[in-house]
Ligand binder design. Structure first.
Ligand code: C2E
Ligand code: MG
Ligand code: MG
Ligand code: MG
Length: 287
């Protein structure tokens, strides 16, 4: 009987696997039309100075509203778009849209845009960035590109691209720090303006364990290389004071605001933005 059950289990598992594969293939096909059909939108989430509680940047986060399946999370569709190459077009759209919206914000605010490995390996990437900045009338100093360690691993030419971007005046943030491998090697090899500590470390800082020590160590290291530190995933006042005490410069998380529409973001800026204070709160209507 045990053998029989085991066999059935394998059948179900492979059935699940097949369905999952079909689902992914469907999404991968549908992504190709998503842009043309206006199914993409950008949400923005503030990155806040933990000392002054003042918004410093807003991270653009891509949203996909599938006509039949509803909202598809980026952690699911971004890897699929990377696999098919669709991320190149999508990435251009994200940068253009993000800059066109940021162009209307007070000039002290920067916009942070995520960049995939495949985009970095595109020959015309730096030129595309320069032209998109120009088209939207936004100075390069107001743009921060967020790059993951994986993007650097996959790209032998990353050093030159990062240099070219820096020469252009764009800021570079190392995203999801601590979740990849060989992080230290990258800090030695490249220059970063910001290091974003992954929320898996931040959210466990109030628990028994080593997270708080790790965050403190990353902050000390960042100072040595003249980078500032952003702590991701700040959901409570307690975590906010812990990351401040650990030496983080900036924080991002639901405590300040959930990702918001461009309109909500404009209202947020008007209410709390430059010159004002982002009082911790939970606005309704997450995007
Ligand atoms: P990320 O760049 O690390 O972005 C931060 C993620 O953390 C976002 O998830 C954000 O909504 C979430 N987050 C922010 N504060 C909190 C918090 O307090 N608690 C928790 N639990 N989560 C928080 P999101 O929007 O689902 O995006 C997931 C990932 O998808 C991003 O991670 C990024 O890697 C990728 N992504 C999103 N938009 C783009 C894009 O335009 N291009 C590329 N290449 N990747 C993107
Ligand atoms: Mg990011
Ligand atoms: Mg991140
Ligand atoms: Mg992340």
């Amino acid at each position: 009987a045990a053998k029989k059950a085991g066999g059935a289990c394998i059948v179900t598992a492979s059935e699940d696997f097949r369905r999952d594969l079909e689902f992914r293939r469907r999404l991968q096909r549908d992504i190709l039309h998503a842009s043309q059909r206006n199914e993409f939108d950008l949400a923005f989430q503030p990155i806040v100075d933990v000392g002054e509680l003042r918004a410093h940047s807003f991270e653009a986060l891509l949203r996909w509203q599938h006509p039949e399946l509803g909202r598809i999370p980026p952690d699911l569709f971004i890897p699929l778009a990377e696999e098919s190459g669709a991320i190149i077009e999508i990435g251009r759209f994200v940068l253009d849209r993000a800059l066109s919206i940021a162009a209307n914000w007070p000039a002290q605010l920067t916009v942070s845009v995520n960049v995939s490995a495949l985009q970095l390996s595109e020959k015309s990437f730096v030129r595309m960035v320069r032209e998109t900045l120009k088209r939207n009338g936004v100075p390069a100093s107001r743009l921060i590109l967020e790059i993951t360690e994986t993007a650097l691993i996959k790209n032998a030419n990353a050093g030159k691209i990062l240099d070219d971007l820096r020469r252009l005046g764009v800021g570079i943030a190392l995203d999801d720090f601590g979740t990849g491998y060989a992080s230290m090697g990258y800090l030695q090899q490249y220059r970063f303006d910001k290091i974003k500590i992954d929320k898996s470390f931040v959210s466990t800082m109030n628990e028994e364990g080593k997270s708080a020590a790790i965050v403190r160590a990353i902050c000390a290291l960042a100072k040595e290389i003249s980078a500032t530190v952003v702590a991701e995933g700040i959901e409570t006042e307690e975590l906010l004071s812990l990351v401040g005490a650990a030496g983080c410069d900036f924080g991002q998380g639901y405590l300040f605001a959930r990702p918001m529409s461009a309109l909500q973001t404009a209202l947020f800026i008007e209410k709390n933005g430059w010159g004002g204070v982002a009082t911790p709160r939970r606005p309704a209507g997450e995007m």
